[in-house]
Design a protein around this ligand. Sequence first.
Ligand code: HEC
Length: 270
Amino acid sequence: MGTFIKSGEELIQLLILIILILTAIVLLFIVLNMYSVIHKIIAEKEGKTVEPFSFQKWWQKEAGTDVPIEKEEAILLHHNYDGIQELDNHLPPWWVKMFYASIAFAVIYLGLYHVWNITPLQEEEYQIAMEEGKKEVELYQSKTANSIDEKTVKLLVNDSKTVSGGKDIFTGKCAACHGQAGEGGVGPNLTDEYWLHGGSIHDIFKTVKYGVPEKGMIAWQATLKPNEIQSVSNYILSIQGTKPVNAKAPQGDKATAGVDSTNAKPVANL
Ligand code: HEC
């Protein structure tokens, strides 16, 4: 049920559908009942008696078993193959009705799917479902992208998409001060283990988001979206220990891998 009904709206639609079907069934019974009452009144006026409806009799007729075994002689065909004979039975009426119904269904089906193209074919249905799925994914991503902050930022150094996205941002916006390879320039070397403001993903996210304006590091929260800050922070961690040429001398404290800095300035309050 959980996967079948995805929202309250769908649940209400399902309930309405169930109510409509039940109403239709009740209406059908009322109409059938009225029909039999009218039928009875007319028959009685004409002086005929109406037998009450019997399911057994109805089925006997539908099943096509109207030739009793004693009278089979009459419908026996004249050929005989090694003692095997054939009866010329009529097709059972229920079967014939189903057969005509399936022809009518085929005509409607053909019209809907292949002539007027009202209902989509399998492949088209697949495309539509894929489009819908894509939109849902985009919506989900745009929602979660904006909810990332220094507490919920994820360490995704092994996710090549995140890292390469981060690299593009770094080359475009950060390399001017931190060097093309993160070796440092105006800003500190980002490839060594020494950090002024902490080297965990949370610390780096925080530094990039709020900046250190008085020291020349811009606050990027107005320019970059939260998921972009997440990408560039992960890129910075992915170039740890790459030892680029012309690396700037270490600044700050040596970080213990994976541990958030405790002595980092509360840059959030700047
Ligand atoms: C205008 C130059 C400039 C630009 C552009 C710049 N930074 Fe910085 N960045 C600095 C300076 C200067 C510091 C050192 C701040 C300090 O001394 O506290 C710094 C510090 C940092 C730190 C902290 C390093 C540590 O040791 O704790 C990180 C992380 C960082 N920058 C990431 C980035 C990213 C990511 C970008 C691009 C989105 C960027 N920076 C763009 C100048 C810059």
